[in-house]
Ligand binder design. Structure first.
Ligand code: BES
Ligand code: ZN
Ligand code: ZN
Length: 500
């Protein structure tokens, strides 16, 4: 889909669809007023007839039957004027793109960038509009015989002046790159376990690296064993699929700047292993590599945007299967950090493979390490499907992650990590055990990860178990893989480094 910004008169430009907006309680705005006049007061009438009140994401649409150069007009509510943010615009753009597609429209014009939004430049608004539209229009039909036929070819964003067109088109381009990268993550998440194997994740990482100039290394099972990554080896031992350890380097920032390390859980299917999961809903465990997908997507975006930053992505990738040589409850594994880990429950496998990735991250003497993982059902219980759990050992880092997550519409909420929780994963036979008490399970999982992070390393962990996958579509989020973490990490890296 082509997305550009143009200064144009919406009442003079022929198009398939036109998106107008109103704030809560408004029945008129300069743009709506003009269109209303062109339509002999039809808009005023229909707003009244249908009780449209401008609540956020409320919509009203109608065909203009030859009375206006736009064949169809959609009015979308933005809610209270004072509450409108770039995220409101992103959501409104997602909802309007879906409506335009459903109406079979090929080309449409959006006036959403003309809304009053605090703390957002015209370029940022164009970016949000592009992100919202592309994310909402995503479909996963590669395994279907009948493909989706309705397709939008073009979106024109109305600029305030010709002077703004260039910057806004650039903003839209950035939005396109970010949305495409998040959709790549969605593709990986939505691909079933027999397609998205560890080898497939590695192939995708290689493909992206060739396209955008990243330096990527894939450690195969032999290299993993040579390094003595006991956690990853242990979890992989029950599966016929060979484990991979994916390393994606983008070191294009100042030589003096330490790299930001992004680590993602790449568990391509989690059966639970010998501590096998109940079968109901187990198919959703194809999404247990969502953290890894976020890292691969973020590395794509950072390299495609040619950001002048130093960032390294690490993805330990394996299945968790109950094969004959699988690890068993009671087994003890030694991680790359040297810490010994008693496996109480083989279904708490994410922390075992992340342990090695976190230890590997230390080799880069990182500025900070962020890991993202579908780690615990307990986190889902704590925060539901709206916010991800945020843990860490550095207040500034946690604050930056929280703020940027809220900015881009994927909220993370800080959770505690007091030493008392670490005491709960002490093992009788090894240094630590992989399960603590049922209560507080998201926190003891984070405490487990912390044991593998260097004492001086600034680290944060984002538990996305409740947020990475959804069975319900809303605004720009489609069913299945959400693709979260991609836009968040890019925004975080921008904020942390000051690079654009
Ligand atoms: N992948 C799961 C966590 C998960 C649960 C992700 C639901 C998404 C949705 C993880 O490997 C797991 O099974 N964790 C166990 C840990 C327990 C055995 C301590 C859990 O949360 O039940
Ligand atoms: Zn598990
Ligand atoms: Zn898992």
């Amino acid at each position: 889909m082509k997305i550009t910004a143009k200064f144009l008169d919406v009442n003079e430009t022929a198009t398939g669809g036109l998106v107008l907006w109103l704030n809560k309680g408004e029945t008129q705005s300069p743009l709506v007023k003009k269109a209303d006049k062109a339509l002999d007061g039809h808009i005023t009438q229909i707003i009244k007839d249908r009780d449209f009140s401008g609540n956020a994401l409320e919509t009203l649409s109608f065909d203009t039957l030859g009375q206006h150069p736009a064949k169809r007009i959609l009015i979308i509510g933005l809610g209270e004027k004072a509450d409108v943010t770039a995220e409101t615009i992103r959501q409104a753009s997602g909802k309007s793109a879906t409506a335009m597609k459903q109406a079979g429209i090929k080309k449409y014009i959006s006036t959403l960038a003309r809304a009053q939004v605090k703390q957002a430049t015209p370029a940022e608004l164009a970016q949000a509009i592009a992100e919202g539209a592309l994310l909402a229009l995503y479909t996963f039909d590669k395994l279907k015989s009948e493909k989706e036929t309705k397709k939008i070819d073009e979106l024109k964003i109305v600029a305030r002046s010709t002077k703004e067109e260039g910057l806004m088109t650039k903003g839209a381009k950035k939005g396109i790159t970010l949305a495409e990268s998040a959709c790549l993550a969605r593709d990986l998440i939505n691909s079933p376990g027999n397609f998205a194997t560890p080898s497939h994740l590695a192939d995708q990482a290689r493909k992206i690296s060739r396209e955008f100039g990243l330096r990527t290394k894939i450690l195969d099972a032999k290299a993993i064993e040579k390094l003595q990554m006991g956690g990853l080896m242990g979890v992989a031992s029950g599966s016929h699929q060979p484990a991979k350890f994916i390393i994606m380097e983008w070191l294009k920032g100042p030589k003096t700047e330490k790299p930001i390390l992004l680590v993602g859980k790449g568990l391509t299917f989690d059966t639970g292993g010998i501590s096998i999961k109940p079968s109901g809903g187990m198919e959703e465990m194809k999404s247990d590599m969502s953290g890894g997908a976020a890292v691969i997507g973020a590395m794509r975006a950072i390299s495609a945007l040619k950001m002048k930053v130093n960032v390294v992505g690490l993805v330990p990738a394996t299945e968790n299967m109950p094969g004959g040589s699988a690890i068993k409850p009671g087994d003890v594994l030694k991680g790359l950090s040297g810490v010994t880990m008693e496996v109480i429950n083989t279904d708490a496998e994410g922390r075992l493979i992340l342990a090695d990735a976190l230890a590997y991250a230390e080799r880069y003497e990182p500025d900070c390490v962020i890991d993202m993982a579908t780690l615990t059902g307990a986190c889902m219980v704590a925060l539901g499907d709206f916010a991800s759990g945020l843990f860490g050992n550095d207040e500034t880092l946690i604050k930056q992650l929280k703020e940027t997550s809220e900015e881009i519409g994927e909220p993370c909420w800080p959770m505690p990590l007091w030493p008392e929780y670490e005491a709960q994963i002490k093992s009788d036979v090894a240094d630590i055990k992989n399960v603590g008490p049922r209560a507080g399970g998201a926190i003891t999982a984070a405490a487990f990860l912390k044991k593998h992070v260097g004492a001086e390393t600034k680290w944060a962990h984002i538990d996305v178990a409740g947020t990475a996958y959804t069975t319900k579509a809303r605004h720009y989020i489609t069913k299945g893989g959400v693709g979260l973490g991609v836009r968040h990490m890019v925004r975080f890296v921008e904020k942390r480094t000051g690079a654009k």
